[in-house]
Design a protein around this ligand. Structure first.
Ligand SMILES: [Zn+2]
Length: 317
């Protein structure tokens, strides 16, 4: 399992599409929203059809539960929300009593979903781009999930600017819905906390690879090579047998939820989104830089150390 973690608007959807394009990988989108946006609300899959009509997800439901009609999406959504919270992190790491029971119940349910995704896709590794750090802590407990976390980090000023912009949600077919918007101070706080919690997964024995958005857009192939090497997966089936992925050209995936760019079927044209450099006012830029400074320093130290370890590993080979 490749789990893409990081703050929203850091390029996680782009990254998922790039990895899913490689042999042996299958993208699932933000599985965190499977229960509410998929099963309950029947929103659009990344392939462009409503969840209930998507053949991939229909097969997954059949293999796991004999059909999604046997699953109460709303109850599963509430169950996940009751344990999967950043503020519940201590209990997620050291669960006891009824909290532990709820984690175990949800883990066993979502474990069946992932197992079915693997069977139906035939992929060597699944990609879940849910992003939330708390969910990565939950995934550690899901049976049969061998977790590799790809931690995508983008310049916090670019992230803050993107959250302040207006953007429509194309997957909502009944009426208009906008992506949420937040102020820069709030996003700067989120950037710090989420990145800190994601980097801290290392303390609990989880493998984490940090990838910079700016490096990803400058050299997509090189960065995805790094990730493939890190995950160490080879496909269990031949490309010709990839029933679903081969019908999804240019990295479109059966993503159950995610950023609007997952619907873009024109193929991936990758360019750095640097609009914030012109459009983000100096005062806001300063707020973001001050709030995110301690975490940014820590992330740079981790990056330097992993680069050093990597070159040492190459030298000793
Ligand atoms: Zn689909």
């Amino acid at each position: 399992m490749v789990y893409i973690a990081g703050v929203g608007r850091s390029g996680s959807t782009l990254l998922e599409r790039l990895i899913a394009d490689r042999k042996g990988f299958s993208g699932l989108g933000e599985v965190i929203h499977l229960n509410d946006r998929g099963i309950r609300d029947n929103q659009l899959c990344g392939c462009g059809t409503p969840f209930a009509d998507c053949e991939f997800w229909a097969d997954v439901g059949k293999v796991a539960f004999g059909g999604w009609e046997n699953v109460d999406g709303h109850s599963q959504h509430l169950l996940r929300r009751s344990v999967d919270r950043n503020r519940e992190l201590v209990r997620l790491i050291f669960p006891i009593g009824s909290f532990r029971d709820r984690i175990d119940t949800y883990s066993s349910y979502i474990g069946s979903v992932y197992a079915a995704c693997k069977t139906v896709s035939g992929a060597g590794a699944l990609i879940d781009s849910s992003k939330h750090p708390s969910y990565a802590y939950l995934l550690r407990r899901v049976p049969n999930v061998d977790l590799s976390v790809v931690h995508i980090v983008r310049d916090p000023r670019g992230v803050a600017y993107s959250w302040a912009k207006k953007m429509r949600r194309p997957e909502v077919t009944n009426g208009d819905a906008m992506m949420p918007r937040y102020g820069v101070a709030r996003i700067a706080m989120r950037w710090s906390i989420w990145n800190l919690l994601t980097a801290s997964l290392r303390l609990f024995g989880v493998r984490v690879l940090q990838v910079r958005y700016e490096q990803l857009v400058a050299d997509p192939a090189g960065q995805v090579d790094r990730i493939v090497e890190f995950v160490g997966v080879t496909s269990t089936i031949k490309d010709a047998e990839r029933q679903y992925d081969s019908s999804q050209p240019q990295g479109r995936v059966h993503s159950v939820a995610g950023n609007p760019m997952r619907f873009d079927s024109r193929g991936l044209t990758i360019s750095a989104d640097e609009e914030w450099r012109e459009a983000l006012p100096l005062r806001k830029r300063l707020v973001v830089s001050v709030v995110t400074w301690p975490t940014a320093v820590m992330l740079r130290m981790i990056e330097r150390r992993s680069r050093r370890d990597h070159s040492r590993g190459m030298a000793s080979q």
